[in-house]
Design a protein around this ligand. Structure first.
Ligand code: MN
Length: 164
């Protein structure tokens, strides 16, 4: 695949995942409680266009008309991190395990650990990922604006990642 079609393919893969789960969550009035069984939602690798290193993304729930924010469990192996990006409606990160790093553009890198909660305000350029020595898993709760929840930017260079 060339560089232009690859992001489209990844986007299509994500949409396919969320389209299949959206139906299960499209609750109508009077509809009953639903349980999405563990292990029934497809885990996808983080696209190399938007992540550095080994990253797994497990969809947990999609945004829907009731709660306009998706949940995703993201695991970064050591040194792995997202690219720089912004969220139009902001994002909360709950660190489930390990030791990670996060940074806002122009500010120092900060360490995050299991149990920490990070708020990324709308439009603020940032990245998040594992530390150099430990993997990190976080639940990312990301709001939507007109169906969009992220704007991807340039990758975090090794010099940027190691600058602390
Ligand atoms: Mn983010």
């Amino acid at each position: 695949m060339d560089l232009i079609s690859k992001p489209v393919a990844y986007a299509a893969a994500f949409l396919a995942v969320f389209a299949s789960t959206n139906q299960a969550h499209a609750n109508e009035p009077g509809e009953s409680q639903q349980i999405t069984p563990s292990g029934t939602q497809r885990t996808v690798g983080g696209s190399p266009d938007f992540f550095t290193g080994s990253v797994r993304v497990e969809p947990v729930w999609p945004a829907d008309k009731n709660i306009n924010a998706s949940g995703g469990l993201v695991t970064f192996e050591p040194y792995a991190r997202s690219a720089w990006h912004t969220h139009p409606a902001g994002q909360r990160l709950w660190v489930v395990s390990g030791v990670g790093l996060t940074q806002e553009w122009g500010k120092p890198i900060r360490e995050i650990r299991a149990g920490d909660v990070v708020w990324c305000p709308p439009g603020v350029k940032h990245w998040h990922g594992a530390s150099a020595r430990a993997a990190m898993t976080h639940l990312a709760i990301t709001g939507n604006v007109e169906g969009k929840n992220v704007t991807w930017m340039e990758k975090v260079t090794d010099d940027q990642y190691n600058a602390r």
